[in-house]
Design a protein around this ligand. Sequence first.
Ligand SMILES: NC(=O)c1ccc[n+]([C@@H]2O[C@H](COP(=O)([O-])OP(=O)(O)OC[C@H]3O[C@@H](n4cnc5c(N)ncnc54)[C@H](OP(=O)(O)O)[C@@H]3O)[C@@H](O)[C@H]2O)c1
Length: 427
Amino acid sequence: MATKTYVHVVKKASIAEHASIQVDLPDPPPSSQGQVRARPVLFSLTYNTLTYARMGTLLKWWDAFPVPVALPDPYGDQSQYGITPCWGYGECLESQISDISPGQLLWGYWPLSGHPVDLTLVKADMQGHWKDVSEQRKSLMTIYNRYVVRDPAMRLGELSEAKVDAMAREAVYRPVWECGYLLNRFNLSEPYVHPHGSTGPPGQLWSAAKGDLTSAIVIVHGGGGRTAQAFLDGLINNRDKGTGPLALLVVTGSPSATAIKAADFPARAIEYAAISEKSTMAWVLEQQPKKVVVVDLGGRGKSSADLGEAIKTHMAGIEALTIGVGGEPKGEAFDVTMLAQYRQGGLPDRVQMNTGPIRDALVETMGAEAYFKIVNKAWEAFVGRGNMDDLDIIWGRRVDGEDGVEGGWDTVCKGEMPANSAFVYRL
Ligand SMILES: NC(=O)c1ccc[n+]([C@@H]2O[C@H](COP(=O)([O-])OP(=O)(O)OC[C@H]3O[C@@H](n4cnc5c(N)ncnc54)[C@H](OP(=O)(O)O)[C@@H]3O)[C@@H](O)[C@H]2O)c1
């Protein structure tokens, strides 16, 4: 028996080169004890997904789902080709675990592709949570190895369109929302966890003195995306009284769409071109900040250099630091972009943020039950404030072709995904 399926592969060294190949994959041996075989059935493609390919080698994301070696040449070469991971729901096809049955849906990390994969799962730290302990995934951060059966009775084919729509929005927002939520609530608030998780790299200190926003202006650079939206929602709606920020400046391609009206502190959204305008920095200085905290989601073109220059010129003597969250969406390997940015010069005193290790640090100190209880409640509040209502989902039902994963990948590589949109595939 062989399974006809489309596999979507990406060239690791040149991620805009990709293909979807229809293959008769010989069925791998039936999943063995402790394994489930599952296939992605409802998953998103956004600029965050692109990051998994851009930095796939450095952060081991290619290790999650290596290309099947049975693919025709040259695509079966695991050193050259990879499968981009993505977030969403997979459906169990076969199970060798008594608590998981065929038809059940698992939330987690899946191949951006049509083919089934075998997961080697053991129970994690709370009811319904599992972790993949397969050899190839030991190199990945733990956040990517967690699978959750949210509702054992749920079957995709039996769900209402409204429920599927809500799950699609979850697939787009939830993985990156956690980043923005944690940054506001745990890195830039007590207990001031290091943005890198735990204590951070040696020699790079983090404390209340760094993370406190009481007298700080926050500048969100690249504020149009979902991660930025999650952070801004938290900054405006979910901070303890008297903890700041003093003021907020959002730099974005779409200032009019930035939801900052509800802020009870001075807040402004500007276009990238306005970074270098005198009036922008005059407004910033009017707020009399003692500190500037840049949250960098990537920006566009040479905006990092422009912002870095403006801070250096107009805010000399004011403490300035940058929390690096993301990069400009581009269909090129990350080191190419980094080199270009390095040559342009950039933002001050950068600390890289990493969601997975922050979650790990918090689960370790407060326990998984407490962590997920707090996080689930905050997620529901975020959804309840209507944050996902404007999302325009571009639905796809296949892997190959222009209206499939293949076409979506071309669009995100070119940076042409329309504002407020995201691709979701239901296979
Ligand atoms: N460090 C972490 O732990 C972590 C966690 C989650 C996400 N991230 C990263 O954060 C970044 C944003 O992810 P996301 O899910 O929020 O992305 P998203 O919602 O899909 O993407 C929107 C982002 O791209 C910009 N953009 C849109 N069209 C563009 C174009 N044509 N050219 C250049 N830029 C364009 C948008 O902002 P403007 O219109 O304002 O430019 C916005 O910053 C990614 O790099 C992601 O990997 C990091």
